[in-house]
Design a protein around this ligand. Structure first.
Ligand code: ADE
Length: 244
């Protein structure tokens, strides 16, 4: 039978899922530990992909070569870009884009627009999440009690997620990502996994909870909020599995 794959980048991001899994078995393929079993009565395979687009792509390749996957859910933390977002908030990826694909000047800001590289269509670089999973995810989000984290109860956003091989910790870069891509969150794996899922015809969704705001204070915030944010994202995964 086909399994739902659940992927995170860090141990914290998959920890509570592994804790709650029934009939858990571990198998190593290509250097990656895959945990199979049941969550909310659904057959799943859970794995830690590692950080960044290379690790995420490799893990997606090994996963899809070794397991029959009906869909893929990525769960984890991200840096918030929306001015009203705070650590603990959820961002559901409707579209994902690689923000570091193209040519860059010395400050790291894109000077040769990637849109030229794809024949004038910026849209081409965005990869869309599966519509049915997105709807399930939005419905599930309304049912979860996330509990207060930063200064208030977490809000749920959905929109663009910008993926790149860097931990963003600069006010300017964070604002640039928000302006340039209309991205609500930045992280380091989503668009890579999404791109491969699109190629392989596997429905996918990326769920993130904010550990920081990708600003000058991001490193400090990340350490404070990585744990509760990972839990929020995992809680939403469990709620989506209920809907599936
Ligand atoms: N994941 C969590 N916070 C992040 C940030 N600020 N930049 C990139 N990835 C992140």
């Amino acid at each position: 039978a086909q399994k739902i794959a659940i992927m995170g980048a860090l141990d914290q991001e998959i920890a509570i899922l592994l804790d709650q899994m029934k009939k858990q078995k571990k198998v190593n393929k290509g250097g990656i530990d895959f945990f199979t079993g049941k969550l909310q009565g659904k057959k799943v395979v859970v794995l830690k992909a590692g950080v960044g687009k290379v690790n995420a792509s490799y893990s997606t390749a090994v996963l899809t070569q070794n397991f029959k996957i009906e869909s893929l859910i990525f769960t984890g933390v991200a840096g918030g870009l929306h001015p009203e977002s705070l650590p603990g908030d959820l961002v559901i990826g409707e579209k994902l884009i690689q923000h570091d694909f193209g040519k860059f000047d010395s400050t790291g800001f894109s000077v040769t627009p990637y849109r030229k590289l794809t024949g004038g269509h910026l849209e081409n670089l965005y990869v869309d999440a599966d519509k049915k999973l997105l709807i399930k995810c939005l419905m599930a989000a309304g049912k979860v009690d996330f509990g207060p984290i930063a200064e208030r109860h977490p809000k749920v956003f959905s929109g663009v997620i910008a993926t790149g091989d860097m931990f963003v910790s600069s006010n300017e870069k964070a604002f640039w990502l928000y302006e340039e891509f209309e991205a609500l969150a930045t992280e380091m794996e989503g668009a890579a996994v999404g791109h491969l899922c699109q190629t392989l015809n596997i429905p996918f969704i990326v769920i993130r909870s904010l550990s920081d705001n990708a600003n000058n204070n991001a490193r400090i915030d990340f350490n404070q909020f990585v744990e509760p944010a990972s839990i929020n994202s995992a809680k939403l995964v469990l709620a989506i599995l209920e809907e599936m």
